[in-house]
Design a protein around this ligand. Sequence first.
Ligand code: FE2
Ligand code: FE2
Length: 192
Amino acid sequence: MDNLLELLVERIGEKRAEHSIRVMDTAVKLASHYSSDINKARIAGALHDCAKYRDKSYLLKRASDFGIILDKTMIINYQLIHGPLGAKVAEDEFGIEDEEILDAIRYHTTGRENMSLLDKIVYMADYIEPSRNFSGVELARQLAFKDLDESLIYAMNNTILDLIKTNKLIHLDTIKARNYLVSKKLYSSLNL
Ligand SMILES: [Fe+2]
Ligand SMILES: [Fe+2]
């Protein structure tokens, strides 16, 4: 783990690595709360931003080197690229082979339809890590430990509303992720 964190600082700088450690610690807490694999949560949390490079042309170049097909939304909102690129970098440079961990890294920004428990843990850990201080974060923190799906719906609704307010594109995976969770809740409330 020490080597992994050293390499992470080398790749993305100290500040982003500090955020990654806070996400790692939060992911571990959520994993233990929901009886999920703590070691997987630790690695996925630590590496979720391992490809969060600042430079757009470098992001695009590396994505093309790995043969990642980028959709229009990713090209325009290029910050989204660090998700799928991160999964490749975690495999290639950090030697991670576990598909569940790689998927949690791949989908930590957009979410996806039918997210795994680890996907959800990393997504929420990134959203609520202790240095986050946007309005509503306290409620998100409470929800995350009370009802993980409800916390994801809350986080995704906020994210989608922000994207609409700033006239940005919404990635289809985010819509699919949110709709999947909302329809699951609605179906269960129908008692069918
Ligand atoms: Fe990220
Ligand atoms: Fe992050």
